[in-house]
Design a protein around this ligand. Structure first.
Ligand SMILES: *Cc1c(COP(=O)(O)O)cnc(C)c1O
Length: 239
C-alpha cells in the first residue's frame, strides 16, 4: 500500500508538472485547468490514496464499477464525473453519485437525467459530449452529439429541471479528418464552445485531453483534462 502511494504520488507529480508546463507555454494560469483523474478499473483504495494526495475530481465510465466505488468513498469530499456512454436504464444509479455527467449526447438522455435529478432533489452538471467525427459522417462509435445538433441539445438541458448546462466535452476522434490531429480537434471544440457561450455564457467548461494529449488540450484552451493511465498506470485490457 505504501508502495502504491509512492507510485501514485510520483505519477501525479509528473502529470502536475506536464499541466503546469503546458499552461506556462500557453500563457495560461495553472488554476485555469482542473485535473480530473480517471479511476476506471482501479479500486476504491486508489481513490482514497489520490484523495489524500490532494485530488478532488475523479471520473468513471461504467456505472457497474463506479456505483460501488463511489459508495465506498462516500466519506471523501470528491467531485465525481461520469464520462462513459450512458444508457437510460443506468441513469437512476448514476445520478445517485455523479456530480457531473460529461457524456450527454441526446435529448432522451436529458429527459431521463432530469427526471432522476428531480426525484433526488438535486442539481446535476451536464457537459455535452461532441462527436467531432460526426461532421464528416465517419462516426467512430464513441458516442457524442453531432456538432450541428449542439444548440438544440443545449437548449434541452437548459430547459430541464434539475440540470445545469456546464459546457462541452470531447474525446479526440479515431476516425475522420481529426484522427491523429488532437490539437486541431481541440481547437475545433473551442470554436463550438465559443459559439455555445454566446447563447449560454455560464456553460464555460471545456473538457478535453487525456494522458496522451493533455498538452494539446491545454494549448487549445481546455478547462478540464481527464487523465487515467498517466496517474494510475496501464489498465488491464478489458477495462
Ligand atoms: C479512460 C478515459 C480517459 C482517460 O484516458 P487515459 O488515456 O487513460 O488518460 C479520459 N476520458 C474518457 C472519456 C475515458 O473513457
Amino acid at each position: 500500500m505504501t508502495d502504491r502511494r509512492e507510485q501514485l504520488a510520483a505519477n501525479l507529480a509528473r502529470v502536475e508538472k506536464r499541466i503546469a508546463s503546458a499552461c506556462a507555454a500557453a500563457g495560461r494560469e495553472r488554476d485555469e485547468v482542473t485535473l480530473i483523474v480517471v479511476t476506471k478499473t482501479y479500486p476504491a483504495s486508489d481513490v482514497r490514496i489520490l484523495h489524500e494526495l490532494g485530488v478532488r475530481h475523479v471520473a468513471e465510465n461504467r456505472d457497474q464499477d463506479a456505483a460501488p466505488k463511489a459508495a465506498a468513498c462516500a466519506d471523501l469530499s470528491l467531485t465525481w464525473h461520469f464520462v462513459g456512454q450512458l444508457q437510460t436504464n443506468k441513469v437512476r444509479s448514476v445520478v445517485g453519485y455523479a456530480d457531473v455527467v460529461q457524456s450527454v449526447d441526446r435529448v432522451k438522455l436529458v429527459t431521463a437525467l432530469s427526471a432522476a435529478a428531480g426525484r433526488r432533489g438535486r442539481e446535476l452538471g451536464c457537459l455535452l459530449q461532441v462527436a467531432l467525427d460526426a461532421e464528416s459522417g465517419e462516426r467512430g462509435g464513441r458516442g457524442g452529439v453531432a456538432p450541428g445538433d449542439i444548440e438544440e441539445l443545449a437548449a434541452a438541458v437548459e430547459a430541464a429541471p434539475g440540470l445545469r448546462l456546464d459546457g462541452l466535452m470531447t474525446v479526440a476522434p479515431l476516425a475522420g479528418p481529426y484522427a491523429g490531429r488532437q490539437r486541431a480537434a481541440f481547437d475545433r471544440l473551442m470554436e463550438f464552445s465559443s459559439r455555445l457561450r454566446g447563447n449560454h455564457p455560464a456553460a464555460n467548461m471545456v473538457s478535453a485531453g487525456m494522458s496522451g494529449d493533455l498538452e494539446d488540450a491545454v494549448a487549445a484552451g481546455a478547462t478540464h483534462v481527464r487523465v487515467g493511465t498517466a496517474v494510475l498506470g496501464d489498465r488491464p485490457r478489458l477495462g
